[in-house]
Structures are given as C-alpha cells and as structure tokens.
Design a protein around this ligand. Structure first.
Ligand code: FES
Length: 313
C-alpha cells in the first residue's frame, strides 16, 4: 500500500445511488444533475486539479436525498435541489477562484496559529524518540501525554519545564537528563517556508499576531527556526496566558493586543474545532489546509496581490 496527500483542495461526493422505482433515493431526486452542475462549474472556472467532484454510493441517508458531502470541510448537504447547488458553490468553491468577490467585512489584522500553520510539527516523532528512553511504546506514551493533565499543565504554564521533566521521569520512567530531554522534546518542528513567505508579504500592510497552544521550550525553539515570529506585531501564548485555545480568555487577550473588533480579524488555524471557536467569538476564519489555499484566500480578499498582477507589475 502507498499513502500520499490528496492533491485536491476540495473533494465533493455526490450520491447518485439509484434504488427501485418508487423508493426514495438520491438518483430519483436528481443526484446526477447536481453532480453535472458542480462538474461544469469546476471546469468553467479552471478548478480542475484543485477540486474533484465524485459520484458516491449510498450514504445511508436515502430519505434525505439528494446528498452531497464536501471534504475536508466535513459538511453534509441533504435534500439538495439543483438551484441550491449555487449555495454549495458559493460557500466552498467560489473562494478558490482568484479574484472572486471580497467578503463584505474587510480584514484589518491577522491572527495566526503556530503549529502546522507557520511551522510543521510531528508529536509522534518526539514520542518515538522519547519512548526509546522510557521503556514503553510511542503509542502508549502519546496516550499518557494526551490523557494525563501533565501536558495541559505545562502548556498552560502551571508547571515549569523542569517540573514537567521530573514528572515524566516519575510517570514514564524517562531516563533522559534535562538537557537531553529538551533536545528531543523540541525536535518536532520544521519550518514551512511557503506559509511564512505569505505572512512576510502581509506584515508591511497589516498587523499580524500569533496565537498558540504551546510551552516555553517549544516556543523558544520555534523562534530559532522561524525568525519571522519575532517580526510579528505581537503574540499570545497559552503558557503565558494560562489558557489553551479554545478557551475564550486566550482569544480575548488577542483582541486586547490587536485593538480591532473580531469581525475585522482573519484568524488562521489548522484545527476545525478551534476555527469554530473563533467563529463563535465573531472572527472571520480560515482553516489552514496548505499554503496554496491560504494564498488563494489572501488574494481573494485583496490582502496580497495575485501572481498575475505581480507579473504585470
Ligand atoms: S441513495 Fe443517496 S444516501 Fe442512499
């Protein structure tokens, strides 16, 4: 088996399953016509290669058909009519077209997450290395990390990194000294030059802030591999604020810093639950799914110029 990242920014699944005559199903409700309308839009707007529209088998919601599922947005539309396809297009596909209409609310500031937005990170890589010095498997180690309050206490600044290290020695039998532990613990980040380059382009024109669930050694290490972090206009870090996202207090701190109302801030994060939390607080939000899609979003909003206008200039 081979595994690779999907090349599509959006993948739409349209149920075209046909049941016997007289039995409600997506095909009888017009599933094929819906699929064709979506495909025609993709082709006419040059989105082939970015968007895929696929026929799907039964989604087990036949009575609510026709059904359309949009990934990676985790959105499911039922009882879709041909006219309502326009809403799906407007919400999920139109933003992918460079130069598509700018939303009514302008953006005056940006709020960026750190991990898997400005730098990539891999918890399992650290777990594998720490496990080698702790006499347990990386999966078990990850479970302890995520189920015990230890990591939360560290990331919310209630315990120091020295206390965190001592607790790990007790709880998992860690055999690494403090300095050795730090070097393994920190070695989970790699820069993301493409997303950083986009933020570089924003900085001269917009206040850009960092909002991150992190701890002191991780953040200090991220600063070393991503000097851009020191050129941002400010930062809100969970271990300094005492709250992890999605706690409203950490977002409130960001608002105090930015002095801009939430509807005029674009919040960029890779986690859907955090994006939803941001939206509930009134932020405009963009779920980070790669630098290409972020670039398209920033171009659509006129925050950075399009590749075409740059060439023309
Ligand atoms: S026929 Fe479409 S969900 Fe069953």
């Amino acid at each position: 088996m081979e595994s690779r990242r999907s090349p599509y920014i959006k993948h739409l699944f349209v149920c075209v399953n046909r049941r016997d005559a007289g039995v409600t199903c997506c095909s009888h409700g017009g599933g094929e016509a819906i699929k064709e309308k979506l495909k025609a839009f993709v082709k006419a707007n040059g989105l082939k290669g970015k968007v895929r529209v696929s026929s799907s088998g039964c989604m087990d919601l036949c009575a609510l058909g026709p059904n359309v599922m949009v990934e990676p947005d985790h959105r499911w539309y039922s009882r879709v009519t041909l006219e309502e396809v326009d809403r799906i297009i407007e919400e999920h596909l139109a933003p992918l077209i460079p130069g598509s209409p700018v939303p009514p609310s302008p953006v005056r500031a940006f709020l960026f997450d750190l991990g898997n937005v400005l730098v990539r990170f891999d918890h399992m890589a650290a777990a594998r290395r720490i496990a080698a010095h702790a006499g347990m498997g990386p999966e078990e180690l990850c479970r302890i990390f995520f189920e015990s309050p230890l990591v939360v206490d560290h990331d919310e600044g209630r315990i120091s990194t020295e206390e965190f290290h001592q607790s790990l020695k007790r709880q998992i039998g860690l055999r690494l000294g403090y300095e050795e532990f730090l070097s393994v613990w920190n070695d989970i980040f790699t820069p993301d030059p493409e997303s950083q380059a986009l933020v570089e382009r924003l900085i001269p024109s917009y206040p850009c802030y960092l909002i991150s669930n992190t701890n002191r050694p991780h953040f200090e290490h991220a600063r070393r591999i991503c000097p851009l972090l020191d050129r941002l206009h400010g930062r809100v870090l969970s271990y300094e604020v005492g709250h992890l996202k999605p706690h409203p207090a950490i977002y409130r701190r960001a608002l105090e810093l930015a002095k801009v109302p939430p509807p005029e801030i674009l919040y960029v994060d890779d986690r859907e639950d955090l994006i939803e939390a941001g939206r509930r607080l009134g932020f405009q939000a963009h779920r980070f799914e790669g630098a290409d899609l972020l670039r398209t979003e920033l171009e659509r909003r006129g925050a950075i110029s399009t590749a075409r206008s740059e060439r023309a200039g």
